[in-house]
Ligand binder design. Sequence first.
Ligand code: HMG
Ligand code: MG
Length: 309
Amino acid sequence: TQPNFVRIVEVGPRDGLQNEKATIPVQTKTELIERLGKAGLRIIEAGSFVSPKWVPQMTGTSEVLLGVTQVPSVRYPVLIPNMRGLDILLKLLHNSPRVPPLTNEIAIFTAASESFCKANTNKSIEESLNTLAKVTESALSAGLLVRGYISVVDTCPFEGNVDPAKVKDIARYLRQMGCYEISLGDTVGTAVPLTVNRLLDEVTKSIDISQLAGHFHDTFGMGVANVITAVNAGVRVIDSSASVAGLGGCPYSPGATGNVATEDVNHALISAGYETGIDTELLANTGAWISQQLNRSNESRAGRAYLAK
Ligand code: HMG
Ligand code: MG
């Protein structure tokens, strides 16, 4: 890929919607994914196969994958915590000709602090990595790509500051396991450019920057600044959610808000001369549309400004 291309991984249908209280119809989720694809997003995290007791909002992910009109140039990864989740996906892929090998990717997740890992997955970090090693091995042998998330890379809601060296060690382990990319999750949204640089300096001691992605939550409004910091340091993959900054977030990170908005990230990047492949107008319309569907104000400042023009 060209050095000035930044791949935006749209996580709104999963990270953006997972924390919503009201039940969101499958039809709304499939339309969101289809609109994002038309707007030029090429990797759209479509949902998760997690315990419905833990995250009820993601219950309809099978129906979402079956219902969405998939486009060959788009990948639709799903988040998976354990073998149970992988089995559900593999059965779906096997049984349904309507899910072509387009969902050819999963995302797995662990955390850089013990308390958060326990709160989010009911496992210690070590137990979580043992589980994920099995999931990854099976997924790879089924021909799927595996992306790895590390949560709470800046601070933990229960333990405070997180040591970048811990993130580095887990990232190295996930790479050795077979993850093609490691997404560094600032779950709580406390990172600032200074700590992003410090983290990247440490993690790149063991992993090439081309295999890292930045995943910033916008709790303190630092999302775009952190994105630009990461991109200046050489990161070329950024996770974000269309319009839903301020919504969503992780149910196990009290007080944290949603991801940095895709519209804001796209605006900052293209203004700085990067390419994203995204149609600004279709993206802004999508952000406004999903906000309306959720009965919320549009939380993307760039999206609102664009539509007001
Ligand atoms: P547990 O309670 O220890 O597991 O949860 P369990 O094996 O005892 O299962 C409990 C029940 O869930 C059982 O049902 C299982 O069958 C069922 P019962 O027998 O009691 O009726 N179950 C499942 N059902 C469907 N799909 C599955 C599945 N697994 C078990 N895959 C578990 C352990 C990992 C399952 C649970 O903790 C869990 O689901 N955690 C996921 C939490 C989550 O989704 N968090 C949000 C996503 S991560 C995130 O947002 C961070 C990220 O964005 C990056 C960042 O910002 O940091 C990625
Ligand atoms: Mg997240």
